[in-house]
Design a binder for this molecule. Sequence first.
Ligand SMILES: CC/C=C\C=C\CC(=O)SCCNC(=O)CCNC(=O)[C@H](O)C(C)(C)COP(=O)(O)OP(=O)(O)OC[C@H]1O[C@@H](n2cnc3c(N)ncnc32)[C@H](O)[C@@H]1OP(=O)(O)O
Length: 292
Amino acid sequence: MALVAARGTLLRAGVRLGTEAAACGRNGTRRSASHRVLVEPDAAAGIATIKFKNPPVNSLTLEFLTELIICLEKLENDKTFRGVILTSNSPGIFSAGLDLREMCGKNPAHYAEYWRAVQELWLKLYVSNMILVAAINGASPAGGCLMSLSCDYRVLADNPRYKVGLNETLLGIVAPFWFRDTLVNTIGHRASERALQLGLLFPPAEALQVGMVDQVVPEDQVHSTALSVITQWLAIPDHARQLTKSMMRKATTDNLIKQREADIQNFVSFISRDSIQKSLQMYIEKLKQKKS
Ligand SMILES: CC/C=C\C=C\CC(=O)SCCNC(=O)CCNC(=O)[C@H](O)C(C)(C)COP(=O)(O)OP(=O)(O)OC[C@H]1O[C@@H](n2cnc3c(N)ncnc32)[C@H](O)[C@@H]1OP(=O)(O)O
């Protein structure tokens, strides 16, 4: 049902499914989606690289989320691909997370549709049967960090500007329970509590130390490292690896699935509060002023 809603959004956004399908085709040549998701398939290796291309900062707009969801679903259904690298087409920014403008000054129906798409992307990533490796080649706050935490392995470029973390409290908002659970499953309870309360954004060395990423490598080796990690993981029999992944992650996703509608309602009422809208507006203003 969620995907039907997502397809509706995509069509309203004017995205042609035929074009998207071509972008996710199994042909070994580079194919370009006409919109926000570039897919570079390597059918012989069974690996596809998804590149985020939603300038300026790869924020998760509804259209971008929808394209990502459909692309992941196509790759998942195409048994050619057993491994996927998630990275940015604009080195410097992996993803700025949820698009602040989708959460500001809109109506409750929009917030509900938006949040359902955010949930859907997380569900698609977190229990994907494919091996997902995040090649983090830029800053990755909040929802950007959540995407990488939902992968099986994270490689971060060694650049002090490329900070990762769930910084929601700095915006005056609260990371929902499934963001928290994803972090706890990765770095443990105590480190998560500290990181979440303080909205910490970790530079590479600290991110590695706390377990937020698995490897920090020079910037020009991020993609090749991600490839070699996938290659190692591909050597494990798929059925055993997939069942193990499901065993480790299913309780976390089931928790959201069983309260999905309530989570949407919570989000809508939280984000619609005047005080939260003011906080977000101020944060957007602060980002603008940073430039001047
Ligand atoms: C109940 C729970 C609810 C919600 C949970 C939310 C989770 C989230 O993901 S909230 C989003 C959190 N994201 C951030 O805090 C990141 C904010 N952005 C930045 O820190 C920086 O932009 C950067 C990603 C580090 C990139 O810096 P830089 O290269 O210097 O670019 P900027 O000049 O800052 O930005 C360019 C342009 O993009 C706009 N922008 C930045 N982030 C977002 C965003 N998340 N959504 C929408 N737009 C964003 C920024 O305002 C600039 O716009 P201009 O119009 O050009 O001024």
